[in-house]
Design a protein around this ligand. Structure first.
Ligand code: 5GP
Ligand code: ZN
Length: 113
């Protein structure tokens, strides 16, 4: 079966890519929940935030920098945007390759559901 987002990285699964660098890939979410909804993933397979080790500091930092660049590139940085990482079942994580949701283009509410 394999990992869905590793398959996106290997171009076995098509994706609408909006940003790529050495450490990260960003592509549009297939079921957007905001006018702008992009997923930023590390090129290294890490299943979840709870699996991170100190050795992943650079990788995860680069993912956050990539998310910031995506927000700028897509023009949602000025009004505000939200980054979300779901970890585990109760948080609603469905794909087990770390991904940062970049959400923008509408007013967000708090607390999240
Ligand atoms: P999670 O629920 O794990 O935080 O987020 C997984 C996200 O991946 C969901 O928002 C879902 O819409 C998205 N997704 C699932 N399968 C695909 C796919 O094949 N392509 C893309 N672009 N997004 C996907
Ligand atoms: Zn993976």
């Amino acid at each position: 079966m394999g990992c869905l987002f590793c398959n996106v990285l290997e171009k076995k699964v098509p994706a609408d890519v909006v940003y790529e660098d050495e450490h990260a890939l960003a592509f549009k979410d297939i079921r957007p929940v905001a006018p702008t909804h992009v997923l930023v993933i590390p090129k290294k397979h890490i299943a979840a935030i709870h699996d991170l080790t100190d050795a992943d500091a650079t990788t995860i930092g680069q993912v956050m920098i990539a998310a910031k660049k995506v927000a700028e590139q897509l023009g949602i940085h000025a009004n505000g945007f939200r980054l979300v990482v779901n970890d585990g079942d109760e948080a609603g994580q469905t794909v087990h390759h770390i991904h940062v949701h970049v959400l923008g283009g509408r007013t967000m509410t708090w607390p999240p559901g």
